[in-house]
Design a protein around this ligand. Structure first.
Ligand code: ADP
Length: 330
């Protein structure tokens, strides 16, 4: 078509060449971009599937209520699992197979066992995240199903492996643990500084440009990112702010070096004196300090007792301990 215009002297040869080159470029661009767009589209479609599954979930009444000051005062005496069976919804593999145990106020417990044994699952049931279990879960001898979700929230404070790192100020990162009772700024500052001393972060925070008001993370201009160990301590600080009667620490991620990891365990042990604490760990050196160790295996508590008793029993725990012996100087 263009050649006809050139032939009739309606277009110069220069213009002809530019238009042909531009057309080829356009075709190439479109083909290239189209495949990129299709790739993006298919990826986003998968995200959207998740999003629509999420938004179609049934809303549980009261799930978004925060504990009141009154609910925070409910004392916790005991937690009991009686013959609990549990499989995650949509699966038929039982993770808990008739698990029974009793935990009491003021004691430090360690859950140990192989990866995937069901240790974290126990804490999920304990905090009311799943309801489709068989058997009984009792808190203060009362069925957990009879508690309101806000009461359960008030009782437990958990530092999960994949705890959140909020890109907000350091102070707010900690105060979130007690968001329903946000006091005036002055009182918050005192509380946060006190917590920072307990989690041994005060010196590090004093060096930050805006102290406790420094925004954390990588996304906001002027913010400061922390190391893995410091973030872990902040998550523990949030746990402290909640002042819940039960603290649970799921084993720190592999991103921590062994020295920092044992420091975190020690710190957690120190700050939670007088509370019922559950420490989930594969490092038996940390478990050794607990009042009672519970070995989770095949969905039940297969052994329990103090470190020395379990070592002498020559069962799973002693086997695990033998294989880790070289990690510790006995
Ligand atoms: P542990 O804490 O002892 O390492 P977990 O309690 O995290 O073990 O997991 C126990 C088992 O449950 C694992 O086999 C895991 O793959 C499975 N599991 C964990 N979460 C889910 C889930 N949301 N849906 C299905 N299976 C899960």
């Amino acid at each position: 078509m263009l050649l006809i215009s050139v032939y009739k002297n309606n277009m110069t040869i220069g213009m002809y060449i530019s238009l042909v080159t531009a057309s080829f470029n356009l075709v190439e661009q479109m083909a290239w971009n189209l495949s990129k767009i299709m790739q993006k589209y298919s990826k986003n479609k998968i995200y959207l599937n998740d999003l629509s599954t999420f938004s179609n979930l049934e809303e549980i009444e009261g799930a978004d209520l925060l504990p009141s000051v009154k609910t925070r005062q409910i004392p916790l005496e005991s937690i009991e699992f009686k013959n609990v069976y549990f499989a995650y919804p949509g699966t038929d593999r039982y993770i808990l197979n008739g698990l029974s145990m009793k935990l009491e106020k003021g004691k430090q417990y360690a859950f140990v066992g192989k990866n995937g044994a069901g240790k974290t699952t126990i804490t999920k049931l304990l905090t009311g995240l799943y309801d489709n279990y068989e058997g009984d879960i009792l808190i203060n001898e009362k069925n957990i199903r009879s508690y309101k979700l806000e009461e359960i929230k008030a009782m437990f404070s958990i530092v999960y492996q994949d705890f959140a790192r909020y890109d907000i100020s350091l102070k707010d990162n900690i105060i979130l643990g007690r968001v329903e009772e946000i006091e005036n700024d002055e009182k918050n500052d005192i509380l946060v500084k006190d917590i920072l001393c307990n989690i041994e972060l005060k010196d590090d925070v004093d060096k930050l440009p805006k102290g406790i008001n420094t925004i954390l993370g990588k996304t906001i201009e002027g913010s400061v990112d922390l190391s893995g160990g410091q973030w872990q301590k902040i998550a523990i600080g949030r746990c402290l702010a909640s002042n819940a009667p039960v603290y649970i620490l799921d084993e720190p991620t592999a991103s921590l070096d062994p020295i920092m990891e044992s420091e975190i365990y020690k710190l957690f042990g120190d700050i939670s004196k007088g509370k019922l604490t559950i420490l989930i760990t594969h490092r038996l050196g940390a478990a050794k300090l607990a009042d009672e160790i519970l070995v989770v295996d095949n969905g039940i508590i297969s052994e329990y007792g103090k470190h020395n008793d379990l070592v002498n029993k020559k069962g799973i725990y002693s086997h695990m301990f033998e294989s880790q012996r070289s990690w510790y100087n006995e």
